[in-house]
Design a protein around this ligand. Structure first.
Ligand code: M91
Length: 322
């Protein structure tokens, strides 16, 4: 089988993308996250006050995996925890009959106040799953054998609805050739490395290793690269109150590219203006990975590409131009 689910921006800045998923008998809007491996949802186990504005999973005690718990915390400090159920999960017509559904008993404030997100669907390797006493499979791992091809493709768009395709490559969603590289899955993520970057039409050799991450809004790379980029943006500065590089909203932003598998993967300058700030300037889509230890190729990087994540005998990542 195969199937496709829409990926709808949660706000006008593409802060995150939400996809409809049927969990048990409810349809929830989940953030598909290739940077983590838990499928967790807002649930009837939470206090009613934290459910306001959310769709949530009505737990069925008969489906509980007795004694199983989960607890996750993310790079931005948000987190959630709860109990585990085995239930039907359907994404774009692809059905997992007994998927581990992690029902929240508690979620951090960021999730309660962000009333669009009803949970996350992790698409990294199942080795990062947080369920105890026994790690559980991601949705992708659960359905892998029934998929026509062992892959999912990510088609996030700039200020528009895109999609996640499972089990097939949709030729209508890209132009030109697909450029494949081996994925480094040794740390549980979809790892890639670049051999150069370019700012405008000036190329510089450098090793940039990082992970593809649909759950991260921006593009985080090494500080020297970030400095070199904003040196080309008149009026840009590091603004600690805003938490990153900002610039005049009227600035012209150069294109940025990373060379992966010998092919320049270009991020149009327009995509690097993430959003206006409360201080009247604009917040950059490229920011420093200080403190993270690797680069994170988030939505700012992904939204100009069609990216195939193939879990064959050798995991591979395919890049094509949208
Ligand atoms: C550089 S890890 C920071 C990253 N979280 C972000 O990117 C959030 C996403 C967001 C946007 C809008 C509302 C709420 C949350 O957005 C910002 O942080 N933004 C956007 C808004 C800007 N003003 C400031 C910068 C992050 O933890 N991702 C994880 C998944 C997230 C968790 C929060 C909810 C959405 C999904 C995850 O894949 C990151 N991961 C990746 C590898 C290992 C561990 C790990 O945990």
């Amino acid at each position: 089988t195969n199937g496709s689910a829409p990926a709808v921006p949660s706000d006008q800045y593409d802060s995150l993308y939400l996809s409809p998923v049927t969990v048990g008998s409810s349809t929830l809007h989940l953030d598909f996250d290739t940077g983590s491996s838990d499928l967790w949802v807002f649930s009837s186990l939470q206090a009613q006050s934290s459910l306001v504005g959310h769709d949530y999973y009505m737990v069925d005690p008969a489906k509980e995996k007795q004694g199983y718990t989960w607890k996750i915390s993310y790079g931005d400090g948000s987190g959630a925890s709860g109990k585990v159920y085995a239930d039907k999960v359907v994404v774009g017509g692809v059905t997992a009959t007994a998927q581990a559904v992690e029902a929240a008993t508690a979620v951090s404030a960021q999730f309660t106040q962000d009333v669009d997100t009803d949970g996350l669907l992790g698409l990294a390797m199942s080795t990062l799953n947080t369920v105890k006493p026994q790690q559980q499979k991601t949705f992708f791992d659960t359905v892998l054998k029934q998929l026509a091809q062992p892959l999912f493709a990510v088609d996030l768009k700039y200020h528009a609805a895109g999609s996640y395709d499972f089990g097939f490559i949709d030729k209508s969603k890209y132009t030109g050739a697909i450029n494949y590289v081996n994925a480094d899955t040794s740390k549980g993520w979809w790892g890639v490395s670049a051999t150069a970057y370019s700012i405008g039409n000036a190329s510089t050799s450098a090793t940039v290793s990082g992970i593809l991450d649909t759950g991260t809004t921006l593009l985080y790379v090494d500080t020297p690269i970030v400095k070199a980029y904003y040196a080309k943006v008149k009026g840009s500065k590091m603004d600690n109150t805003q938490g990153g590089y900002v610039f005049p909203c009227s600035a012209t932003l150069p294109d940025f590219s990373l060379t992966i598998g010998g092919v320049k993967q270009i991020v149009p300058g327009k995509h690097i203006n993430y959003s206006p700030t409360s201080a009247g300037n604009c917040f950059g889509g490229i920011q420093t990975n200080d403190g993270i230890g690797f680069s994170i190729l988030g939505d700012i990087f992904l939204k100009s590409k069609y990216v195939i994540h193939e879990m064959g005998s050798t995991p591979r990542i395919g890049f094509a131009q949208q």
